[in-house]
Design a protein around this ligand. Sequence first.
Ligand code: ISE
Length: 354
Amino acid sequence: MTCVLRVGVVGVGIMGADHAERLVRRTAHARLVAVADPDETRACELAGRFEGVRATAGALELITADDVDAVILASPGFVHEEQVLACLTAGKPVLCEKPLTMDSQSSLRIVRAEQELGRRLVQVGFMRRFDPEYAQLRSVLADGSLGRTLLLHNVHRNASVPNADFRSEMIVRDSLVHEIDVARFLFGEEVVAIQVFSPAPTAHAAAGVADPQVAILTMAGGGLVTNEVFVNSQVGYEVRCEAVAERGSVLIGQPSSGLYSTRLASDGTGRWGGSVPADYRARFATAYDLEVQAWVDAALRGDTVGPSAWDGYAATAVSSAGMASLATGERVEVALADPTEAIHPVSHRPKEAS
Ligand code: ISE
């Protein structure tokens, strides 16, 4: 058995650079060997921060390279299908950032290609599943002590979005998609319908962008999930979740720090409190570390764990329905393929509550 996984990272934007740093500094049994990006200058700049890492403009060249055992895709969603399929053809484990692809048909092609191959190679980057609080919440709900789960309330706020290209649809496809996966993960069921509401937008959103949005998901067993997604909240990255069950509720993601701090405010009064994380890298640092370590460890064992291609496909199918709902305000049913087409239809399914 190989004891070090040689990894290539495709895409050198915020997440690609973060994963490269993580692989080099904080991941055991992994070695970053190459980074790829169509912007070769940026790729060289990232590679140059580390010893012995090469840069290329060609994602496919990196994926097929002999010295790359496994690949992290942190490229934009519209190139994922081609790149994930290339990893499958090369027989290499791939950790693909969300969304798996831009629409459900292309995600389904990945599910089918993996099934044809006969073994799992795809892990989708829904990192909340690796966050200790989300994992604990799932265990509490799954052990049945609170009875059946009835409701989830998710809050997802970003301080701001990187550019004016971040339109209303992207709030559904790139941001809400995390909460869609959370709903599937915590309920252990598929989402059967979605309705997206657009309240009066904040003055901080680009013209014509519906921000914030509220999306209501209906789960297969009848449970409901409310999701507030607000990507120009100005404040910071706030992500929390409250589950309501028959005999109690559980809230995670409350701001906390080991420090109780006080300070004198400019108006002369004493204040207490901490800071809000600036973005997802800080808020989910532990989750990302655990996610990548689990991926590396599994790849070295010849295995794949975590959110599957089916999970990526199902989330994409719900967000596609969400984009249709955003356009009309109507509730849209989610059509999913036959789950037996997947190798692992619903991963991490909670045990039946007693
Ligand atoms: C970004 O792509 C992410 O994945 C973040 O977690 C999310 O909060 C943000 O809204 C997305 O743009």
